[in-house]
Design a protein around this ligand. Structure first.
Ligand code: GLA
Length: 374
């Protein structure tokens, strides 16, 4: 009879189980401390201490924060002569007190930007120079206010269309193509040490990714330096494939860029539309068949979600050298935007913590993908 090395096998198995056990009790930020930062977006109730359980989770699990809606133009600069820094000051203070990497999101976007930005007193569209001056004033004021405190800015958000061409926005129509280069120049002028990012969704699709590569090359030719590309990461159970994510990260890394995963969540609900994007203006009527898990997530879907997170994180860990940060868009399922988009009033399950702030199987699955500490 062959002499099987039973004892070592048993020991190895036990060792493996023990390691898994120990790592399962780990926090996200500790598990990935040799790989990348782990971030979350914050909202006002969490900052105000009106949701202490979530605030504690944020402190325990994450070492980077993103400002949800707090630094969008409509919040921070609602009227031409009015800056409302209160909420964002609170956010930055929270990050500094907790030693976190603080993200600025977002300077230039076509959504959540007040109409007045593009209009004169009679409601007509302003000309190029007026809009450039407004853009410069906004960026210098906001980035300048947080100089040395906010470590990196999403300078432009969602500037490409699905076909990879520049999205038709008031910024493009009024200023012209160079509005993106100008935004980066102004942000650099305001804080030369801040990392500057281009952030978008669906760059995992080839047509859009090719547009991003062309855009980045063009900006570089004009002397603009981009620290990282932000992949929003609003994913579904079946899209994009792990291979698409892998290839996307590889492509940007080959260009010498870092990648941030900036708004990660995993939608498990039935699609309300065939559109795979994350356009926040979409809105479809609530129907029971679109909201199947109001009484909880079935075990099978819970497992599917955990497996999906495993597959995605395996790719992220593989590329740890190219990735600075992985940020989730929300802390618990209760505060995910997916409860209200693209259908209002659904019960969504996209994150690692459930509605009671308890870790889901997906949390343990993610922790298991971390490289063992060395
Ligand atoms: C986009 C934006 C985010 C946020 C999400 C939806 O991805 O970049 O700021 O608005 O949509 O919550």
């Amino acid at each position: 009879m062959k002499n099987y090395p039973r004892f070592p096998v048993v020991l190895t198995l036990l060792g493996g189980m023990f390691a898994a056990e120990v790592r399962a009790q780990s926090t996200l930020k500790d598990a990935f401390k040799n790989d990348f930062l782990i971030g979350t977006s914050l909202n006002q109730p969490q900052l105000d201490g009106n949701n202490p359980r979530e605030t504690e989770l944020i402190k325990a699990q994450f070492n980077s924060i993103s400002p949800g809606n707090l630094l969008k133009w409509e919040t921070v600069h609602p009227k031409p002569d009015l800056y409302n820094f209160g909420p964002a000051d609170q956010y930055v203070e929270f990050g500094m007190q907790n030693g976190m990497f603080i993200v600025g999101h977002t300077l230039i976007w076509h959504n959540q930007t007040p109409k007045w930005v593009f209009q004169d007193a009679s409601g007509n569209l302003v000309d190029r120079n007026t809009l450039l001056a407004r853009m410069r004033e906004h960026i210098l004021t906001v980035v300048g206010h947080y100089k040395g405190k906010i470590g990196g800015w999403d300078v432009v958000n969602e500037v490409l269309d699905e076909d990879g061409r520049l999205r038709q926005t008031p910024w493009l129509k009024i200023i012209g193509e160079d509005y993106i280069a100008k935004a980066f120049q102004y942000a650099h002028e305001a804080d030369p040490n801040a990392q500057l990012y281009y952030n978008d969704y669906r760059l995992e699709s080839v047509s859009k990714r090719l547009g991003a590569i062309a855009l980045i090359k063009k900006l570089r030719a004009q002397g603009i330096s981009i620290a990282a590309v932000g992949l929003q990461g609003h994913y579904k159970l079946n899209w994009p494939s792990a291979l698409q994510i892998d290839q996307t990260i590889e492509t940007f890394a080959e260009l010498g860029l870092k990648v941030n995963i900036t708004e990660l969540d995993m939608d498990v609900l039935p699609p309300a539309t065939s559109n795979q994007g994350a356009d926040i203006t979409m809105n479809f009527a609530l129907q029971a068949k679109l909201n199947p898990y109001t009484n909880g997530l079935p075990v099978s879907v819970q497992q599917e979600l955990a497996q999906r997170y495993t597959d995605v994180f395996a790719v992220l860990v593989k590329h740890h050298k190219d990735i600075n940060r992985v940020t989730f868009w929300g802390v618990t399922d209760a505060d995910s935007w997916l409860n209200n988009w693209p259908v209002r009033g659904r019960t969504a399950y996209p994150l690692l913590f459930d509605r009671d702030g308890q870790p889901k199987p997906a949390f343990n699955a993610v922790i298991q993908t971390a490289r063992p500490a060395n």
